[in-house]
Design a protein around this ligand. Structure first.
Ligand code: FMN
Length: 213
């Protein structure tokens, strides 16, 4: 596979509306997308989310139903469900500390840094903490969208779904997680997708950017 310039990939990808149900995303591509999610930077390195890779057709049908019937979930071969921590806890942050010790040794600053983080985060209300964790999941979504394009895999970022329903389909509440965003993967059925031939709609650089010199 030849590596294309990033902006070419961003132009190629689009929020696919019609996936080809006869095609299954190559496992190497799924693995590359998951690895990109794993390598995504997060605030204080907490990676406060998990990703469910759903291939089971019955579960995907149920998720599609919870997403207003969006058929990319069933026509694609995999659906990634990004699920954020429902709250920050001492235990969850301690596990991050353990990972740091494992990778880098017991550095002097480490405990002070994460003790401070715990004293800031843990007393906050669960909703604020969930919202912070969900923002980290969105960073991973962005990286995953680019990784999928690099693999020439089509995808659709989706927040048009009922999170409570998806939480109950996957048993997320019991695991202290809440679904944030979905990302079906597949290969576009360009001939049947009204969006495939359309130009991108983007603000101009001038509208988006203010140069402060
Ligand atoms: C967080 C997020 C949620 C979205 N939710 C949906 C969705 O539920 N269904 C859908 O078809 N498209 C969804 N989209 C696709 C956007 O409408 C689309 O990305 C945007 O219009 C830009 O177009 P493009 O991705 O085709 O370049 C979502 C995109 C993002 C980033």
């Amino acid at each position: 596979m030849t590596v294309k310039p990033l902006n070419d990939l961003l132009n190629w990808r689009y929020a696919t509306k019609k996936m080809d149900p006869s095609k299954t995303v190559r496992q190497e591509s799924v693995d590359a997308i998951i690895e990109a999610i794993r390598m995504t930077p997060t605030s204080s390195g907490t990676q406060p989310f998990e990703v469910f890779v759903v291939t089971n057709p019955d579960i995907r049908s149920k998720i599609a139903e919870a997403a207003g019937g969006q058929a990319q979930i069933t026509d694609g071969s995999h659906t990634l469900v990004f699920a954020a921590w429902d709250n920050y806890t001492d235990q969850r942050i301690d596990e991050v500390v353990d990972l740091n010790v494992e990778a880098r040794g017991d550095l002097p600053m480490l405990h002070a840094y994460y003790d401070n983080l715990k004293s800031n985060y843990v007393p906050r209300d669960a909703e604020t903490n969930y919202a912070h964790a969900a923002r980290q999941a969105y960073i991973a979504l962005g990286v995953a969208l680019v990784a999928a394009a690099e693999q020439e895999v089509d995808s659709t970022p989706m927040e048009g779904f009922n999170p409570d329903a998806v939480d109950s389909i996957l048993g997320l509440k019991e695991r202290g997680l809440r679904s944030v965003v979905l990302m079906p993967l597949g290969y576009r059925d360009a001939a049947s997708d009204w969006l495939a031939p359309m130009d991108k709609v983007r603000k101009t650089r001038d509208t988006l950017v203010t140069e402060v010199n």
